[in-house]
Design a protein. Sequence first.
Lengths: 287, 509
Amino acid sequence: MSARSATALRLEIEHALERSFPAALTPAQRTLRETASTGIAEVDALLEGGLPVGAISEINGPESSGRTTLVLSFLAQRTAVGQVCAWVDADDAFDPESAAANGVNLRQLLWVRCRKAGGPVQSKQAAKPWTRLDQALRATDLLLQAGGFAAIVLDLGDTAAEYTRRIPLATWFRFRQAADRARTSLVVLAQAGAAQASPAQSSNAQSGAALALQCAVVSPVIAGGTVLRGFHYEVRNERQRFTPFAVGRKKPPASVWPAASAWDASGDFADVETSAAGEVLEMEQSA
Amino acid sequence: MSQGLYACVHASEFPSQALLRLRPDLQSLPVAVLEGRAPLEQVCSMNRNARQLGAATGMTRLEAEALASQSGGLRLLPRSLEGEAAARAVLLECAASFSPRIEEGSKDADRDASAGTACALVLDIAGTERLFGPPRALAERLRNALKSAGFRASIAVSANFHAARMMAAASRGITVIPSGEEAQALANLSVALLAIPDSHAETLGIWGIRTLGELAALPEVDLIARLGQAASTWRKLAMGAHAHAFQPIEAAFSLREFCEFETPVEQMDSLLFVGARMIDSLALRAATHAMSLALVTVDLELEGKQAHRLMVRPALPSVDRKFLLKLLQLEIAAKPPPAAVLSLALSAEAGQSSKVQLGLFAPQTPEPSRLDVTIARLKAIAGEDRVGSPMLEDTHRAGSFRMANFTAANPPDEEHEGQPRMALRRLRPPLAVRVALNAGQPALFHDGSQSYKVATSFGPWRSSGCWWSMDGWDSDEWDVLAESQGAPVACVLVMDRGKHEWRLEAFYD
């Protein structure tokens, strides 16, 4: 009876305030999105599940910021369950050995290497970055239309931001629709926010991407070591459009995760892992 | 013993039919086919439109060209024996779907003027009534099947082999001769249908014997006395009473189509126009055997005696015409012929039909046929050797791999539970850098556009191999932590010991 009264009271208040505040006391419904694990517990905790399925995820960062390692770890999880993935390589920078070391099943991976100089038609234009970018975008479009790929990585990691920001907004919207229809995680690997609405906009308010992560390196090396190891990377969640429904729960905006070296044995890696690596940094969310 | 029943399929003007079957654009035009060595070519076959224009068998090229200039529109094509062989195989295969027992029907009639350019097959259709209905119904279905394969043929059904053969050659459409009425049915046909030597044919002409009925009416004993024992056979043939020992041919199942163009073709659209008809025919023939096309080989004969071969290999055997045509189009676009095309030949390997058992809980993978088209399109964009699955090679050389064909149907590996490991982003080709050393360690390097100050370096890690071959390597590798414009980077520097060159090979990322 009391519950009914509370409901009636709420409806009465909402009805009274309807002109000023529509549905004032009813929490807004939020879209629940399926996510796929990245294979890195710290990043999954940050993203509350992983990268979104059927949406664009943007992973930005400079060189040596751990973005490629993060994406390879994600692909390893996808291919391990028999799903197929694609890597559209605008700059021909993909390293199969690194992918294999991260556990990616290479037979389940379609690698599209865009030509650096000359396509089917040899010309001066073909050597320009925009031509390679055009190839990458067309290849991504085809793969999204084909369907059936669990994840497609559009690797623009070595393409300068001045070129990636020239990608028309309509392209990202088309990709977003196609990814949603095909239930594909489209991961854009870039130096800066490529899937943002416009070059002038620093925020991701109108972005085509459902998720934007900014990667950076935290501790480059362990002093006194004889081999390169002990990298820790920071991932900052700059934008997450579809968060899982959780009332009154703040999510941490950034986290730090460790990466082993290719020559580290599984046991050795436990020594490298420090207490600071696993902890989630509570940082203020950027605007 | 049950009485035999034969159906004869007679495709007249076969050289022109074989040429026009795959060329629907020419079917409504008057076309004459020339054979022989230039300049002594003669018209050997023509279609109905050409006959109406006045073309006739035996015309010389000059006469045919004069007729073409007068009437306009008469097309003269060279005879293609290879195309006829392919068309005959199609005709045989089409007939074989009605009866497995088939005998060549035109071999006995070599002397007949029309038989030299006709293709005749006699089917033993005894006992097929429960499958195809009465003889007329079978003949109609057979005629429709031939029509869909691009042939016009007359069909005659008779209990006598030779009666069926001669009636099919002399009539149009479908003729069914009731059992026991062969003599009456053949009575009005010309004696030219019998392979009678010229001397005896002249004698018969002097006697005024023009039809088979007139020949059959002659007394047998007197005829043998004047023309020899062969006359008995001719008389029996004329009466439709000559017995025949059926000799079925064993037709090998081969999927091949051939088309020769009268002029060199440069446009891909024209090529695909013909290719579409060929793929149609191949797919239909494979489907009649409950098979699909697993591999289609395209052989193009080019100007200057060059040959150009293309392979269309769908991931799963298919008889989907649109899908195969798209693959063919993309293959030709990816590897265009370097010269104009003189002839086009398609041969296919049959495979089991593309039925894939899907699982309810199996992960979603790309549809094989769509994936084929997508990969072909990607190859057209990026290049033939730049799309596929990377496969690691069994070598210690850093960054070595090969591209393999991508197939979606791979069993998943065991679940990966390892930790992430620092990945490399390679520079292809490696970037030449200038390096300043300090106590044997890299201290500063410059890649032409920016300088990197080395904070820490690990190495050198020496690696060498394949010294016995041209692609050997011998290098020192350094893992370098550097700083450029205030940003830390980790990269791989390599010093080629053979060339004494420093290269920036990859970035850790």
